[in-house]
Design a protein around this ligand. Structure first.
Ligand code: BV8
Length: 258
């Protein structure tokens, strides 16, 4: 594991590219429950039941309550040293760095990360469930009253607004997948490191990104509190908590972390 054994220094010298994929585990130390912990915590419903188009059709009041609770909760927590270390790495690597997150909580951006692809959408964006209304920033909460699309109403149609989240059974944004693919295939001669952090490897197609990275010659590392479903796909596995492991891994001292 050339790139990482030498630490950040090696990556910087070799002009390596670094793609980091994060999951709910990276936000755990900020106080946000992961999906493995939260299943059943939300109104006794499985996440797949409320985080799906069928769930929204069946009970939009419950789904907006689920996401409104998470909007409120995400506002009360702060980025942790794991988020801040990733923002620091981006400053050092610039366009040789890409952060792909399954998280919808916005904590990476609040930590200062800018080169972020939110492949499962964002808690703090709302879109129309029917028309092509541009998703917009929305920090409001909807308990009971359901927000409706004014553009549709102007056309004489009734349509509910929904969170701009990729639900189970919905396609990921092809533009996101294209951007990830292009980054992985750029400068084929340069060293390429793929690190997954805080993810159970249970959700596809995000769980398959390590396979694409390996096929393109990447050195791959998983940093997770426990073995993941796809641990075997990684060259190296570090069992650790991300808020401790990431600053150490990237040689980001506490002083560099605001
Ligand atoms: C799609 C938004 C296809 C919701 C989310 C094969 C290929 C393609 C699809 C599938 C497939 N097999 C099955 C599918 C269907 C499905 C899927 O993957 N199902 C799973 C359950 C089997 N995939 C989809 O539906 C995807 N869509 O492929 O469409 C298609 C094709 C044609 C036409 C139409 C459609 C869409 C998936 C996106 C779903 N949306 N998020 C929301 O957030 O409200 S996924 C959701 O789950 C979150 O994004 C979350 O991130 C993710 C859970 O994964 P993790 O992030 O890994 O979180 P988890 O809790 O599981 O794990 C946390 C880990 O952290 C744990 O391992 C823990 O040990 C560790 N940890 C905890 N604390 C720490 C820590 N690690 C380090 N430090 C710590 N402190």
């Amino acid at each position: 594991m050339e790139g990482l054994n030498g630490g950040m220094g090696t990556l910087l010298e070799e002009g390596a590219r670094l793609l980091v994929l994060t999951g709910a585990g990276v936000s755990a130390e900020s106080g946000l429950a992961t999906f493995r912990d939260s299943n059943g915590l939300w109104e006794q419903h499985r996440v797949e039941d409320v985080a799906s188009p069928e769930g929204f059709l069946r009970d939009p009041v419950l789904v907006w309550k689920f996401y409104s609770l998470r909007r409120d909760q995400a506002k009360t927590v702060a980025p942790n040293p794991g988020h801040l270390a990733l923002a620091e790495v981006e400053k050092r690597l610039g366009d040789r760095f890409l952060l792909v997150t399954q998280n919808v909580d916005g904590l990476h951006q609040r930590a200062g990360s800018e080169r972020v692809i939110e492949i499962h959408g964002s808690l703090f964006r709302t879109k129309c469930s029917s028309c092509d209304l541009e998703p917009y920033d929305d920090h409001a909460t909807y308990f009971g009253t359901l927000p409706r699309c004014h553009d549709c109403e102007r056309r004489g149609r009734k349509a509910l607004l929904r969170p701009d989240i990729v639900w189970f059974g919905e396609m990921l944004d092809p533009r996101h997948l294209q951007a990830i693919d292009s980054f992985m295939r750029r400068d084929p001669g340069s060293p390429f490191v793929f690190i997954a952090v805080g993810t159970s490897g249970a959700v596809w197609p995000a769980a398959g990104l390590v396979n694409l990275a390996r096929s393109l010659g990447a050195s791959t590392l998983l940093v997770n509190a426990e073995p993941a479903e796809n641990t075997a796909r990684f060259h190296q596995f570090i069992q650790a908590k991300s808020a401790e492991a990431l600053p150490a891994l990237f040689g980001v001292s506490a002083s560099a972390i605001r």
